[in-house]
Design a protein around this ligand. Structure first.
Ligand code: NCD
Length: 305
């Protein structure tokens, strides 16, 4: 039985086959409409979410399956003191597959040990978010036609932004990829990402402060929200939250084929005027996320279509 706890749980070949399946779902949705008939997905969301939870639910419904779950920890027995391991073991008696979001790093891994059904990490604290990476990879694939020889800039909260950590790991496997990490000093990319992922493979990266100077050299600009909920101190959040705001003015020096991505929700870091720019890809990412989650559910449930 397979889980998806970390994006590196999937090989490059498996990622490629998920992308191909998602493309096939986009082309032939009716072929998949009953693929998960009789199967149940449980969404256990101990942290707020709009896209991730609803796209998992939409994905399962579009596969003909059904959905149970909760979207607020206060409504679950964790508020009575139940452990993640026990909750997962119980839900595994009701559902065929579980998607879990939790504020504690490692909680989905703990759940996977007792659930008895596949567990998908839908975001664990400031650590990782592998299914957002699936959405991001399909977007890069569709916009750029492949993953090699790309310069990808991550901008904003690279310390707590779990989507950044997972996409960095995924992209580090492709030849010729170069990373530019654009952040204030306090929100820079964690040491472990450099020492465990980038340095051992000799992957080139830069850490810079200035978005305006970096933007011209990028194929992909991945903007992120400053992760308010991970700060200990509100004054620090207020000081840092508007460090980077992408505007049409700043995009003037960018390449014509730049792909601007953002996992959403957006707060202030991309001005709404950028939405009409053909380089804005963040709403395409949302749609791609649903198709990749459909492909992932089929893979983990071992449903042949
Ligand atoms: C991201 C997350 O939850 O980490 N959102 C999402 O799932 N698309 C990004 C964020 O909350 O900033």
């Amino acid at each position: 039985m397979r889980n998806l706890i970390d994006i590196m749980d999937l090989s490059e070949a498996e990622l490629q086959s998920l992308i191909e399946m998602a493309e096939d779902i986009i082309q032939n949705p009716t072929r998949y409409a009953q693929a998960c008939h009789g199967k149940k997905l449980a969404t256990l969301f101990f942290e707020p979410s709009t896209r991730t939870r609803l796209s998992f639910e939409a994905a399962m419904l579009e596969l003909g399956g059904s959905v149970i779950g909760f979207s607020d920890a206060a409504n679950s027995s964790s508020s009575k003191g139940e452990s993640v391991a026990d909750t997962a073991r119980v839900v595994g008696c009701y559902a065929d597959i579980i998607a879990m979001r939790h504020p504690k790093e490692g909680a989905p891994l703990v759940a996977a040990r007792t659930a008895g059904v596949p567990v998908i990490n839908a975001g664990d604290g400031g650590h990782s978010h592998p299914t957002q990476t699936l959405a991001d990879l399909l977007t890069i694939w569709r916009e750029k036609g492949g993953f090699e020889n790309l310069t990808i800039g991550f901008c904003g909260d690279l310390k707590f932004g779990r989507t950044v950590h997972s996409l960095t790991a995924a992209m580090s496997r492709y030849a010729g990829v170069h990373f530019v990490f654009i952040s204030p000093e306090e929100l820079c990319i964690p040491e472990y990402v450099k020492s465990e992922t980038l340095d051992p493979r000799g992957i080139p990266y830069e850490e810079v402060r200035d978005l305006e100077r970096a933007i011209a050299g990028l194929d992909i600009l991945y903007m992120t929200r400053v992760q308010k909920e991970r700060f200990f101190n509100e004054a620090d959040y207020i000081r840092l939250k508007d460090t980077y705001i992408l505007t049409p003015e700043k995009l003037k020096s960018a390449r014509a084929d730049l792909c601007v991505m953002h996992p959403l929700p957006r707060v202030n870091e991309i001005s709404v005027e950028v939405d009409d720019d053909p380089r804005a890809c963040y709403f395409k990412q949302v749609m791609n996320g649903k198709y990749m989650r459909m492909a992932l559910i089929l893979k983990l449930l071992e449903v042949a279509v």
